[in-house]
Design a protein around this ligand. Structure first.
Ligand code: TLP
Length: 352
């Protein structure tokens, strides 16, 4: 039985073309700036995001951490969403390693921060107060159903940042999903942010790595801080080679993942006992809730796993399914069938 793994798009494996590129990559010492493949990837990333420069980092978490450390000093404040990955799931790196105080504002269901909330949170000049330095956004917004943030909203945040002398960093782990879903070039989504990090190892299917993009002086400083946190990799071109293939071949196909997620959501929404609004599904992430007569999410996920379908528990009664490369429409149909079958088993039924 084939396992259908919908836990995350991080589980994607490199394509045959990526493996070939990795095997044949031209290499050098990247800390010395001499890995031609890393240099090429960084150049391509800067071009795609229309920024002056880019830096190859080990992970999305490292990209956000280095960005925060570069923008903010100790005791500074960064405005973040209360459901942002950098706030919830990055081990409080900004606070622990950077002495940066996160000022968490409620994320709206569409992944945005309300403009009035941002304005109200920006500190004035007072001897008691931290300095507000940064607004951090996330696009697509993972915990908000993978919502893509549109250019008009990003422009509005830019106006506030400009008026108040703040910088903007965007966690664009899935920025290419956002661009494909909104039907705009990725540069339209990066033009209003000072810095952007994006991941190669999620929907784009490369095995490792993220890029942090921004102005040349920002990236030069980020390069020093990447070294500080132990992210100076040597012959990293072996990884970057897969990243180049990812950017060149894996972006347009994200539309297929979005269509599969939407189809999954529409079908699962019709299963009794499951609460899901398919209208919210715009990219490759689907959250759904289990009504009280069904088992709790962790137990439900275990039952699905026994039938070969892996879906992550994302709360007491909440699950998250993510579509990606390697998941075909037939797999989605099979997963829907298993969920439907397991949803007829109530929470009282004994485990087998
Ligand atoms: N997200 C992972 C898990 O950590 C939950 C996932 O399965 O979705 N920003 C965003 C928006 C992310 O979703 C993630 C990873 C990261 C940053 C961190 O990326 P990595 O795992 O490369 O450090």
């Amino acid at each position: 039985m084939k396992t259908i793994d919908l836990r995350s798009d991080t589980v994607t494996l490199p394509t045959p073309e990526m493996r070939a590129a990795m095997a044949n990559a031209e290499l050098g010492d990247d800390v010395m700036g001499e890995d031609p493949t890393v240099n090429r990837l960084e150049q391509i990333a800067a071009e795609r995001t229309n920024k002056e420069a880019a830096l190859f980092v080990a992970s999305g978490t490292m990209g956000n951490l280095v960005a925060l450390l570069t923008h903010c000093g100790r005791g500074d404040e960064a405005i973040v969403g209360d459901r942002a990955h950098s706030f919830i799931s990055e081990v409080a790196g900004m606070a622990a390693l950077g002495g940066i105080q996160p000022r968490a504002l409620p994320n709206q269901p569409d992944g945005t921060l309300a403009l009035d909330d941002i304005k109200a949170a920006i500190r004035g000049d007072n001897v008691h107060w931290p300095r507000t330095r940064l607004i951090a956004l996330e696009n697509t917004h993972n915990a908000c159903n993978g919502a893509p943030l549109p250019p008009a909203y990003l422009w509005s945040v830019r106006q506030i940042a400009q008026d108040r002398g703040l910088k903007i960093h965007t966690d664009g782990a899935r920025i290419f999903n956002a661009a494909v879903a909104l039907g705009v070039p990725v540069a339209e989504l990066t033009r209003y942010t000072d810095s952007i990090s994006f991941c190669l190892s999620k929907g784009l299917s490369a095995p490792v790595g993220s890029l942090l993009c921004g102005p040349a002086d920002f990236v030069a400083e980020a390069r020093r801080l990447r070294k500080m946190v132990g992210g100076g990799m040597r012959q990293a071109g072996v990884l970057a080679a897969a990243g180049i293939v990812a950017l060149e071949t894996m972006v347009d196909r994200l539309a297929e993942d979005h269509a599969n997620a939407r189809y999954f959501a529409e079908c699962v929404a019709g299963i009794p006992g499951i609460v899901l609004d398919p209208g919210r599904v715009k990219t490759n992430i689907v959250f759904f809730d289990l009504e009280a007569h069904l088992p709790a999410a962790a137990q439900f996920a275990k039952r699905l796993a026994r039938e070969g379908v892996l879906i992550g528990a994302a709360g007491e009664r909440r699950l998250r399914a993510v579509t990606h490369y390697g998941i075909a429409r037939a797999d989605v149909e099979q997963a829907i069938g298993v969920i439907s079958q397991q949803s007829t088993v109530n929470s009282q039924q004994t485990e087998y």
